[in-house]
Design a protein around this ligand. Structure first.
Ligand SMILES: Nc1nc2c(c(=O)[nH]1)N[C@H]1C(S)=C(S)[C@@H](COP(=O)(O)OP(=O)(O)OC[C@H]3O[C@@H](n4cnc5c(=O)[nH]c(N)nc54)[C@H](O)[C@@H]3O)O[C@H]1N2
Ligand SMILES: Nc1nc2c(c(=O)[nH]1)N[C@H]1C(S)=C(S)[C@@H](COP(=O)(O)OP(=O)(O)OC[C@H]3O[C@@H](n4cnc5c(=O)[nH]c(N)nc54)[C@H](O)[C@@H]3O)O[C@H]1N2
Ligand code: SF4
Ligand SMILES: [Mo]
Length: 703
């Protein structure tokens, strides 16, 4: 019997069926075959990563035994020894330095069940406030902007299939052509109408689509989208294209917004962004003219120190056009990780309790404490966001022990060199993973856990749709579910409360703990989702008991006190590029074949053969100026570090930028260059604009 499940990678959560292959042992190929399955997001299609996803189940370097560092080397240990070692060290560190000396780092790839239990484990078993997760690298700015404007953060407040009928889509800083290939199908209506507008400093795969079908590609200097969005809003208001009755009925703040965009006439926008004033006007008019207009953002506009304000400016534009909460139009952000949406709802965030509730809210604390069977004051207060948590590693008063679940921070975190030094200065680093990631390589204890096709659970995709991840095969001997690991450690640490290990039971507890919260899952259960599978898994939260879910949000009101959306006036903080003569702006991002830190996809033979090493993408004119030929080894450098890459010359780049994917490790790690500077509202780091120099490696050697 094939198991109907969803892809282990991105937030599109393409549906697939896994069929076990009889007689396959480790090392003899994937133990299951993968077939695409009909589903609204992917309509049976999968990308290359999805097709090859089963290879990782059989990777020869799969971890199947706990490891403990002894005499400087990671050595095989029993589960009993490893867990007792961890518990004993945690007790000692807590006794000597307080509960907040222990930190927890989670991930948006964890199932809802694991993410929920990890948050509970941190608060009750460790008693620490210091938990945060990699979603802080990913979604935090769009989430903050959504909360501020709408009172709720669900990346897409409508089903992705709503896009099919759109004739105009503005896609800012998102390269779905590489990052969610089946999503391209949902752009078909807009493409046919010549209404796809892509904003990206690179002519990405997605920007390239506009060349073929009458769309528009705007190619601003990195980090200038805020000015561009102010300019678009300026034109809409100045040319009388705004939806005046919508603004009056459904929003507040238009007067301040009007004043804030007044100085952003298109010629001034051109000066700051490089986007021709003519195109600013043209795009504003197209958006207003569209019958079915959507505005969507991705990491390109969010991973900046002004990401929250930029996402806010995109929301403002959508509101001024009257797009939000109306069938056939909308605003959304494209959540990235498999469970990037659910992973930010149930307590992995430092300021959060399950159900997307504030840890500082007395009512939320009381409600969750009642579900957990503890007194509310047993739950610690807010901790610190991811970048700050990583900065505290090994520092006085900081974190001395870190537990990592579902992130490879030493490759994916900003200023990765500093993160490595921080991890190395810890008294205890424990990493749960199924492969020896670069972060696990630094650990004192590595705990081997089950992966995707070996476990049951749920994921919440980019549309807020709760999906069933189903088990297709037994895990290899020696491997344990993270739920079991956390429950076992909780018991050893003398934690209060019950620690269920059955995923359905953990989900039931999560559902109860989320009841009454913003992300209310209380009407959902594994059984209900299983019954829905036949009808297409359509459980969009909020899904309170006795409801049938909420595919479309905001149809009648926004989740603010007065039901109106907030227009928030924002303005660019930093109009300088911060570059010195001779420097280029480094943009980082993704390749189709690799996922995130590459810990998984670099182990899939077909994917690593297609993209074996990091390549620095440069415009041919820039390369000529620097004496670099296609294929040359180059050094990309700044004060924080240097990356050795092979040059890839492409006219898709601006002449003032260089692009590196962040999927590679060691000397190829792009994050050796990025800065741990964060957005003041969301604490999301700047990944997309860094000053660097580029040289030919042999000219360096000669000099
Ligand atoms: N193949 C693949 N797919 C993935 C992932 C993966 O690692 N690999 N990861 C998943 C996850 S977690 C995420 S978050 C999503 C991310 O998905 P995307 O947001 O599509 O990914 P990125 O490549 O990070 O950035 C998108 C684009 O932003 C552009 N960009 C850079 N700087 C700027 C800027 O200042 N302004 C504008 N307008 N654009 C800019 C880049 O050139 C890039 O083409 O992908 C998901 N899907
Ligand atoms: N320069 C630059 N850096 C970036 C970005 C960028 O655009 N540019 N994008 C950022 C973004 S958007 C993101 S989301 C982050 C992601 O970057 P990371 O947080 O590093 O994410 P992954 O590479 O997916 O790491 C997941 C790790 O957890 C393991 N794993 C997978 N599933 C599970 C599980 O269920 N349990 C456990 N215990 N382990 C599991 C995998 O094997 C892998 O080692 O990178 C960020 N870093
Ligand atoms: S688009 Fe995302 S979910 Fe779909 S197959 Fe590719 S990686 Fe998997
Ligand atoms: Mo992400």
């Amino acid at each position: 019997m094939p198991a109907d499940t969803h892809c282990p990678y991105c937030a599109l959560q393409c549906a697939m069926s896994l069929t076990p292959v009889k007689g396959r042992d480790v090392g003899t190929g994937a133990p299951v075959t993968v077939a695409g399955r009909a589903f609204p997001t992917n309509r049976g299609g999968l990308c290359k990563k999805g097709w090859t996803s089963a290879d990782l189940l059989a990777t020869p370097d799969r971890l199947t035994t706990p490891l403990i560092r002894r005499a400087g080397r990671l050595q095989a240990a029993t589960w009993e020894d490893a867990l007792e070692f961890v518990a004993e060290r945690l007790r000692t560190i807590r006794k000597g330095h307080g509960a907040d000396a222990v930190g927890v780092f989670g991930g948006g790839g964890l199932t809802n069940e694991k993410a929920y239990l990890l948050g509970k484990f941190a608060r009750l078993a460790l008693g620490t406030s210091r938990i945060d997760y990699n979603g802080r690298f990913c979604m935090a700015s769009a989430a903050a902007a959504g909360n501020r404007a709408f009172g709720i953060d669900r990346g897409m407040p409508f089903p992705v299939t709503d896009l099919d009928d759109a004739d105009t889509i503005l896609l800012l800083g998102s390269n779905v052509g590489a990052t969610m290939p089946p999503f391209i199908g949902h752009l078909a209506g807009a493409r046919t109408a010549g209404g796809l507008v892509v904003v990206d400093p690179r002519r990405s795969q997605t920007a390239q689509l506009t060349a073929d079908d009458g769309g528009i590609h705007l190619q601003p200097a990195p980090g200038t989208d805020l000015a561009l969005l102010l300019g678009l809003t300026h034109v809409v208001l100045a040319e009388g294209l705004a939806d005046v009755s919508y603004l009056a009925e459904r929003t507040t703040g238009i007067d301040a917004l009007r004043r804030s965009v007044a100085p952003w006439w298109p010629e001034r926008v051109q000066e700051h962004t490089g986007v021709p004033a003519r195109l600013v006007r043209e795009v504003a008019r197209r958006l207003a003219r569209g019958r079915g207009t959507y505005i969507l953002t991705g990491r390109g506009v969010e991973q900046h120190v002004d990401g929250t304000d930029t996402a806010t400016a995109a929301i403002n534009l959508a509101l001024v056009l009257g797009l939000v909460g109306r069938p056939g139009s909308g605003y959304g952000t494209l959540t990235g990780q498999g469970n990037g949406q659910g992973g930010r709802e149930h307590g992995q965030k430092c300021d959060q309790l399950p159900g997307y509730r504030k840890i500082t809210d007395p009512a939320a604390r009381a409600a969750v404490a009642a579900v957990w069977g503890v007194e509310p004051d047993r739950i610690p207060g807010p901790g610190v966001p991811a970048v700050e948590l990583l900065r505290m590693l090994g520092r006085p008063g900081g974190v001395r022990a870190l537990l990592v679940h579902g992130s490879n921070v030493v490759v994916s975190g900003p200023d990765a060199g500093a993160i490595r030094r921080g991890l190395q200065s810890l008294d205890l680093l424990v990493v749960c993973d199924f492969v020896l990631s670069e972060t696990a390589e630094l650990a004192d204890v590595v705990l081997p856990v089950t992966q995707w096709a070996e476990e049951e659970g749920t994921m919440t995709n980019l549309e807020g749709r709760v999906l069933r991840r189903r088990k297709a095969l037994d895990p290899p001997a020696g491997v344990r579910s993270e739920l079991v690991v956390l429950a076992d450690l909780a018991r050893r640490l003398g934690a209060p409360s019950a620690w269920p290990t059955d995923p359905a039971a953990v989900f039931d507890e999560l559902a109860r703990a989320s009841a009454g919260g913003i992300a209310d899952y209380s009407g959902l259960s594994h059984a209900l989702l299983d019954a829905q599978s036949e009808t297409g898994e359509a459980a969009h939260w909020p899904y309170p008991a006795d409801s049938s879910g909420t595919p479309r949000l905001f149809l009648d009101r926004f989740a603010t006190d007065d039901g109106r959306a907030r227009l928030v006036a924002v303005r660019p903080r930093d109009l300088e590029t911060g570059r010195l003569p001779g420097e280029l702006t480094l943009i980082t991002g993704r390749l189709l074949e690799h996922y995130q830190s590459g810990a998984q996809t670099r182990r899939v033979p077909e994917l690593s053969a297609a993209q074996p090493e990091v390549r620095a993408e440069l415009h041919p004119a820039t390369a000529a100026r620097l004496g670099i030929a296609d294929g040359d080894a180059v050094i990309v450098r700044n004060v924080r570090g240097e990356v050795v890459a092979r040059a890839l010359l492409t006219a898709a780049m601006r002449v003032d930028t260089v692009f590196l994917p962040f999927h590679f490790a060691g000397r190829q790690c792009a994050n050796l260059l990025t800065e741990a500077a964060v957005d003041p509202t969301s604490a999301m780091p700047e990944f997309k604009r860094t000053a660097v120099t580029v040289h030919r490696a042999d000219s360096e050697a000669a000099a």
